[in-house]
Ligand binder design. Sequence first.
Ligand SMILES: Cc1ncc(COP(=O)(O)O)c(C=O)c1O
Length: 464
Amino acid sequence: MPNAIAPAFKEFTEVHDPELLKPLLDPVISHLIYNAPETLVGLLKQHGSPLNLVWPHAFQANATALQALLNQFGIRHAIFYGAKANKSQSLLAAAASAGFGVDVSSVHELDAARRAGTPAEHLCATGPAKTSAFHRALVREGSLICVDSMEEFDHLKSLVESLPPPVKARVLLRYRPLDCPSSRFGMSANDLLLCLQRLAELKDMFHFEGFHFHLGGYAFETRVQAFRELGGFVDAAREMSLEPKMIDIGGGLPMRYIDPQAYASFLQNNNQPSHYHNQKVPESFYPYGSPLSACQWLAMFLEAPHSPGQSIATYLKEQNITLALEPGRSLVDQAAISIFRVTRSKQLANNKTVIFIEGSSFSACETWFSSEYLVDPILISTQESAPTPMRAYIAGHSCLDDDVITHRLIHFSTTPQPGDLLIYANTAGYQMDLLENQFHRHPLPQRLTATCCTQGHYAFSPDY
Ligand SMILES: Cc1ncc(COP(=O)(O)O)c(C=O)c1O
């Protein structure tokens, strides 16, 4: 049952926006931060730091926008939420209530999606390392399986043979596009053809449904190229009397954390070695100020030419093929914030300041990828004091010099004090819980589902 939290005490709070990389904020979340910051202070007193607040309404808004765009193009489509992006059960429930399927990469994600109400036939299993137990559950429940290799195909065949008939595995074949020959994911053109031949001979064991790929990076152009490469395999499958009905282009739709112009200006003017306490600018960043939203990206993909005079959307319609997508990060855009409480700050010998927070980089994990989360935190001051602007990098409770939340020196319009809060916005996509652990035996951060009941009234309940 949702547990409405009224601020138990009214204490001093003041919200300070970051000067540089100001996060774009969902209006409901923004209303809570700017109008009821004392609620957040109270929640951290109750649930500890860091605290993850998960907002399913943001998932719903992203889902509605994506659906509307696909309907506008009039193509058959299937969306599988990439559940690896976040461990929240309430976001899985939001996917189920949007009528989306779920892309699952383990038997545990499968169980969680089923608990959230997703029918088994709306699950699509991806990844090259599926275990026997996972395969067995997928076959038993009638879920779709993206076969990653000939080796996986053989494994699946032995499994189906070992089960009492009639039983069939529903499969897509994962293609490895030409420009990523050394990737460990997917099959080469030769293996794909071999697999199609085997499928044509084993129709009593397999139900072949189509093709799949998922690419790194966030460019729609690479997906267009891979999609075009699959055209010949669709034809080849039909010549073998197979019926490809689906092409699943995976995830990788971009999302926007901050205004694109502000981001471009930051990269140009405020991203030199002197802006980092360790004097090192990371080599690459996620495109935090993506010029394209997820829907614009998808529209560009669908409008791109498949062949002269024929767009990808037209190809899909003419060939009667369903476009499947597996968005993870972009579906959870705005769907969580992570809040850390400040422990203290410390002056260092090199004239730099570090702010310690309760938590660790395992709950804000970009530095583990030699990168940085280029979204600045919002500061909630809890003590009245004269403004004292400063710059500091931010570290948690782990014990290595390089293990920090951010190496970047963040500008604060006033110095964060013990007990103040730092709010990191938009952390649902891989940020908040991908690497979380119990280092130093700190308990795992709590996750609360947040809902806005009526204007200005919020409810928070444990998110299991
Ligand atoms: C097979 C597959 N599908 C979907 C996704 C989700 O990608 P994103 O969160 O970038 O949309 C991933 C992410 O690694 C993936 O490996």
